[in-house]
Design a protein around this ligand. Structure first.
Ligand SMILES: [Zn+2]
Ligand SMILES: [Zn+2]
Length: 151
C-alpha cells in the first residue's frame, strides 16, 4: 500500500487524474493488455474505487467485458485506466476499482511493480530476471502473503 497523492494524465494534457492510495502494482503479460497497449507488457496500479478521481477532461470509454471499461483520451489516444465494477472484490469501494497504467503517472519512478501475472503469456524475448513473485493468470495473492518466485 502506497499512501501518497499521485497525479497523472495523457500525452496531450486533455485528461488529468489523481490517486490517493495505491494498493498493488502489477506487471501483466496477458495478450489483451499487450494488444491494448501495443507494448510487450503493461504495468498497472490497482486503486480502490474511492481513491481515484478525474481532475480534468472526460475520457472516451470502451467496454471490455460485462464488468469492465477501458478509458482513453479521445484527442491523443493515450490509454489511461480501466474501471471495474465488482461487488465484494477486496479493492471495490463503492462497488468498483481502477487499474491505472503507471506509464501515465507524472512520477512513474515512484511506483514500482510488485508481482508478475499471466506469466504463461510472457513473450520469450522479453527477459525479466527480477526476484518478484510470478503467478499464472490473475490469481494474485494478497501483497502481504507473497514470497519471491512463488511459481
Ligand atoms: Zn490526450
Ligand atoms: Zn492483462
Amino acid at each position: 500500500m502506497m499512501e501518497e497523492r499521485f497525479k497523472g494524465g495523457c500525452v496531450c494534457g486533455e485528461i488529468r487524474y489523481e490517486i490517493d492510495r495505491i494498493f498493488d502494482v502489477i506487471y501483466c503479460h496477458c495478450n489483451r493488455c499487450r494488444r491494448g497497449t501495443g507494448a510487450p507488457v503493461v504495468v498497472t496500479a490497482q486503486v480502490a474505487g474511492d481513491s481515484f478521481r478525474l481532475t480534468k477532461g472526460s475520457p472516451t470509454e470502451y467496454r471490455t467485458s460485462a464488468s469492465g471499461r477501458s478509458f482513453f483520451c479521445g484527442k491523443c489516444g493515450t490509454g489511461l485506466y480501466g474501471e471495474y465494477s465488482k461487488q465484494g472484490h477486496p479493492l471495490a469501494a463503492n462497488g468498483r476499482y481502477f487499474s491505472v497504467r503507471t506509464g501515465t503517472l507524472d512520477e512513474p519512478e515512484k511506483v514500482s511493480p510488485q508481482i508478475h501475472q499471466f506469466v504463461e503469456s510472457r513473450l520469450a524475448w522479453f527477459d525479466t530476471t527480477d526476484a518478484l513473485p510470478r503467478v499464472k493468470g490473475n490469481t494474485l495473492p494478497h501483497p502481504t502473503r507473497r514470497t519471491p518466485k512463488s511459481l
